[in-house]
Design a protein around this ligand. Structure first.
Ligand code: UDP
Length: 326
């Protein structure tokens, strides 16, 4: 049985949809930002808190857990700057409670959702896992702290883990049963699509004076199903005792500027956007693009879906949401 903590959230729920095809799955989630309807019905569900010893004890004593995948975190850079306590409590302290319970029950295989924000403002155009980590906001710090803790646990307690540093997750499940649904929404692609559906008056571009070709920030967008498949490759490798500890970037290796993403959304949807230039957003590096060669070399995983496919799947999902109020 695989425990997916945070399996009701955006990325967690997409992972669960793939994982239930091959494994028994139990989801632990407090539904603070995730949705009950997003959890595949083939998975068991326990409503509870990652930071609650009682909730964790219940899960670990009810189910025979072979490995844990951890998606339950707060992940907004701007919010982390104004409310760091929330980030250190939920992302660090609560994760420690999870790790402690795992050790107590002798569960030692762990997959951790980390982030490109651990790199801060990278000194290179193509970020590898060797690029130095120097986060510039509490969100990135909170994730890097857990990475360091995992390395110490591996050394001291034989913990086996894979850290996956996500770049910009986007897109929706192919059938549009589930997709990105944050409240409030802060991410670029859903904001553009909501605007193109008439739910927002305009799109604000946060900064047009960056040191990039068109002056807007460049990011590496990766389809959420590609991300899910990377987790499954990592899990298989841990379960087969082929990987003991590893850290991988998850991206497409391709960078797109905010303007290019807007253009692509217009092309995919056939609609024209009302774009307004705005100030830079605090904590945004100009360019974050991943080399994912390491995970390809070691686990044979690479991103399969293009920016067009990401946007087309998200568009299908957003259109379905206009009609179905969940
Ligand atoms: N962005 C923007 N307008 C928006 C939302 C985002 O210009 O309404 C920019 C943001 O500044 C960043 C890029 O789009 O450069 C991707 O932002 P997002 O919040 O989607 O992901 P992040 O890179 O913060 O994880």
């Amino acid at each position: 049985m695989i425990l997916v903590v945070g399996g009701a959230g955006y990325i967690g729920s997409h992972l669960v949809k793939e994982l239930v095809k091959t494994n028994e799955v139990v989801v632990l989630d407090n539904l603070s930002t995730g949705h009950r309807w997003a959890i595949d019905e083939r998975a068991q569900f326990v409503e509870g808190n990652l930071g609650s010893e009682a909730d964790l004890e219940h899960v670990f004593s009810t189910y025979q857990i072979d490995a844990v995948m951890h998606f339950a975190a707060n992940s907004l850079v701007g919010e982390s700057v104004v409310d760091p306590v929330k980030y250190y409590e939920n992302n660090v302290a609560a994760t420690l409670t999870l790790l402690k319970t795992m050790m107590k029950h002798n569960v030692k295989k762990f997959i951790f959702s980390s982030t490109a924000a651990t790199y801060g403002i990278p000194s290179v155009d193509m970020i590898t896992e060797e690029t130095s980590t120097s986060p510039i906001n509490p969100y990135g710090c909170s994730k890097l702290m857990i990475e360091h803790i995992l390395a110490d646990y591996a050394h001291a307690y034989d913990m086996e883990y894979v850290v996956l540093r996500y770049f910009n997750a986007a897109g929706a499940y192919e059938t549009a049963e589930i997709g990105e649904s944050h409240d409030p929404e802060t991410h670029l692609i859903p904001i553009i699509l909501e605007h193109l559906l008439g739910e927002r008056e305009h799109i604000s571009v946060f900064g047009s004076d960056y040191d990039t070709e068109d002056g807007t920030c460049i990011r590496d967008y990766i389809h959420v199903t590609d991300l899910a498949n990377a987790h499954i490759a990592a899990l298989q490798s841990l379960l087969a005792n082929e990987t003991k500890t590893a850290t991988y970037n998850l991206g497409n290796g391709l960078g797109y500027s905010v303007k290019e993403v807007i253009d692509t959304c217009e092309r995919v949807t056939g609609k024209k956007a009302n774009v307004v230039m705005a100030d830079r957003r605090a904590g945004d590096p100009a360019r974050l693009v991943a080399s994912s060669e390491k995970i390809y070399r070691e686990l044979g995983w690479k991103a399969e879906r293009s920016l067009e496919e990401i946007i087309a799947s998200a568009w299908k999902w957003h259109q379905s949401q206009v009609k179905v109020v969940k």
